[in-house]
Design a protein around this ligand. Structure first.
Ligand code: FES
Ligand code: FES
Length: 170
């Protein structure tokens, strides 16, 4: 049965037609047309579907949409806005979050399928750990699988983004 649920995604409020137990990932794709989060395993095992919920990484493939009501969802598309908010410059949203820029500079992606989850998890990490060590990065990224083996480049990109974010540059 269709719901009248409202959810907040990337700073905007949306009415949801899907039933309350529909996975958040399906609502993001089918109703909000946000395709940053990917369907991988569907079992909370790979991280391709990750989003931030009140700033913490969750697996949207196994999260019922009703569970995010009253909370703030941020998808890959919302990372630049999140960075602007963190800097207190919400009226001037950059094109890219520093992590996204670092991903480009370091040329991290190969096929790209896992990269949504990698970026979301890295955003979660850098929100609380400003200058993470390689060990801290490996621990944080541990639950995300990349079949293309981009792990080394991801560590380099996170460290580059961390430096940019500490300086407060976009
Ligand atoms: S698709 Fe959600 S964790 Fe794999
Ligand atoms: S870049 Fe291909 S799975 Fe990670």
């Amino acid at each position: 049965m269709a719901s009248k649920l409202k959810i907040k995604v990337n700073g905007l409020s949306h009415g949801v037609s899907a039933s309350l137990d529909t996975p958040l990932l399906y609502v993001l794709h089918n109703e909000l047309h946000l395709h940053g989060p990917r369907f991988g395993c569907g079992l909370a095992q790979c991280g391709a579907c990750s989003v931030l919920l009140d700033g913490k990484e969750i697996r949207s493939c196994v999260t019922p949409v009703a569970a995010v009501s009253g909370k703030e969802v941020t998808t890959l598309e919302g990372l630049p806005g999140l960075w602007a908010k963190e800097r207190g410059t919400s009226s001037a949203v950059p094109d890219l979050h520093p992590l996204q820029q670092a991903w480009i500079d370091v040329q991290v992606p190969q096929c790209g399928y896992c990269q949504n989850g990698m970026l979301i998890q890295a955003a979660d990490l850098l929100a609380t750990t400003k200058n993470p060590s390689e060990t801290q990065i490996k621990q944080a990224m541990n639950g995300h699988l990349c079949r293309c083996g981009t792990y080394t480049a991801i560590i380099e990109a996170i460290q580059e983004a961390a430096k940019t974010m500490v300086k407060g540059a976009s």
